[in-house]
Ligand binder design. Structure first.
Ligand code: NDP
Length: 483
């Protein structure tokens, strides 16, 4: 492996404040709950104190959103689009600042926040800005003889949105951009461990002169999220996170007329056939499970490899894993950053230990972990049986479970043998096999000879316990419209 001198991105570009308030009705205000601290998971250094929104604060935010809804939804789509385009451009202008802040608060490598998250965040705002004045032509509702929709579909009202910590700003973009384009107003709760880029986004809303109340950001823990979801004046709930909390939210919303989309966990199969281009597949496997420390709901956490190439593939994969650089997330050479929190690290450790005690064989490359912060080495398990917890449960860390198969039919059966159904990957030279497999895999997204590719035009979402509803593309608009 080449040795590289450290190439740290400067954090001077970020103006970190010692404390942050809630963003309600276009202003930063105090929260009435007990403030919490957010830390840099790579160093455990406290970054800032952040306000906690009580249920009264959430109520104020919902009222502000309700008040703003009339004027915002009444604007011509082209006017709403101007704000969204403006926000998209400011995000591009301030991309470096946002990327550094994201890496500081989340622990993800700057290469990923800079080259993946931020471009996608801007792309989402550009994409949905483009739709804001074309909703009547998006194919929803009754069609007239000239092929146009009979009436403009209507927005739903106030959207309550709760997002996780793995892609803090990107999940915000997936939620806020389509909601606003359709004429809704929002109250968004970021995850407790990663609130800072959402609060910088609030500043961007001010900079873009977005009318007060159209976007409200309430920080806090799970109770704040629960208050957003349960608020009687919220018309639409959008949640990304664990299946467990998704269930709680579905119960809260049941019996109300709130519209709900849930984007939950996954345990995706990444399936490699013997005719696949192996070096390419190795890159795809690495990207599938070690991108963002494996904190990815659609991560390819189960590698299904055809038995005939198991040894060859694992040798190549181990060689490749030995070249991954783990360390300072702000270093531009870093491939694997920090685990987002002590709790998540404990969960990864517990499930990995369970894998070993259930009889799977654990392997990690030689890799020195920093003394401070939350770290876990890239890990793979061989000899994994379908009954093992590491083959069934979402680990949400840099841990790959390797299983084998002999025939395509067996691959399909094993891939679908999961309560989840968010994504899958297929590696083969044969186009006909890709189509045959894609047709049979119960997964919302199926990648062929690639993995973890995202695009705002492409809908994303799951089957079974991975949730319901779609985000992205035209279907992502539908989730925010009364059609
Ligand atoms: P959660 O599902 O608990 O968190 C997601 C968001 O929901 C956070 O903003 C959280 O707030 C909030 N929340 C928590 N409880 C409630 C509630 N009762 N009502 C409304 N909102 C609530 O995920 P965790 O962060 O606890 O992670 C646990 C596990 O979930 C991970 O180990 C991973 O397996 C999985 N996960 C899956 C994700 C995915 O995209 N599929 C994303 C994140 C996690 P707060 O941050 O304060 O807890």
């Amino acid at each position: 492996m080449f040795e590289y001198a450290p190439a740290p991105e400067s954090r001077d570009i970020v103006d970190l404040k010692s404390s942050y308030g809630l963003f309600i009705n276009g202003e930063f205000v105090d929260g009435s709950g007990k403030p919490f601290k957010t830390v840099n998971p790579a160093t455990e250094e406290k970054l800032a104190e952040v306000a906690t929104a009580s249920s009264d604060d959430v109520d104020r935010a919902v009222q502000a959103a309700r008040k703003a809804f009339g004027a915002w939804s009444g604007l011509p789509g082209a006017e709403r689009a101007k704000y969204l385009f403006r926000i998209a451009r400011i995000i591009q202008e301030r991309a470096r600042e946002l990327a550094v802040l994201e890496s500081l608060d989340n622990g993800k490598p700057i290469r990923e926040s800079r080259d993946v998250d931020l471009p996608l965040v801007a792309a989402h705002f550009f994409y949905y800005a483009g739709w804001a004045d074309k909703l009547g032509y998006a194919g929803f509702g009754r069609r007239t003889t000239d092929g146009h929709s009979g009436a403009n579909p209507r927005p739903l009202g106030v959207a309550g949105q709760v997002i996780p910590w793995n892609f803090p700003l990107l999940m915000l973009a997936w939620k806020i951009a389509p909601a606003l384009a359709c004429g809704n107003t929002v109250v968004l709760k970021p995850a407790e461990t990663t609130p800072l880029t959402a609060l910088l986004f609030a500043e961007i809303c001010q900079q873009a002169d977005l009318p007060p109340g159209v976007v409200n950001i309430v920080t806090g823990a799970g109770e704040t999220g629960a208050a957003v979801v349960a608020h009687p004046d919220v018309n639409k709930v959008a949640f990304t996170g664990s299946t467990e909390v998704g269930r709680v939210i579905a119960r809260t919303v049941a019996g109300t007329d709130k519209k709900l989309t849930l984007e939950l966990g996954g345990k995706a199969a990444n399936i490699v056939f013997e005719d696949a281009a192996l070096d390419q597949a190795v890159e795809g496997i690495v990207n599938g499970i070690f991108f963002n420390q494996g904190h990815v709901c659609c991560a390819g956490s189960r590698l299904l490899v055809q038995e005939s190439i198991q040894d060859e593939l694992l040798t190549a994969l181990k060689r490749r894993l030995s070249t991954l650089r783990l360390g300072d997330p702000l270093d531009k050479n870093t491939d694997i950053g920090a685990i987002n929190s002590a709790e998540q690290l404990a969960k990864i450790r517990q499930l990995s230990d369970l894998g070993e005690s259930e009889g799977a064989e654990r392997w990690s490359p030689a890799c020195e972990l920093p003394a401070k912060g939350y770290w876990f080495p890239p890990t793979l398990f061989t000899g994994v049986a379908q009954s093992h917890a590491i083959a069934r449960e979402e680990i949400f860390g840099p841990v790959l479970s390797v299983l084998t198969f002999r025939t395509p039919a067996e691959a399909v059966e094993k891939a679908n043998n999961t309560p989840y159904g968010l994504s899958a990957g297929i590696w083969t030279e044969k186009g006909s096999r890709i189509l045959w497999m894609a047709d049979k895999l119960r997964a919302g997204v199926v990648w062929a000879n690639t993995f973890n590719r995202f695009d705002p035009t492409s809908p994303f979402g799951g089957y079974k316990e991975s949730g319901y509803g779609r985000e992205g593309g035209l279907l992502g608009l539908e989730a925010y419209l009364d059609v």
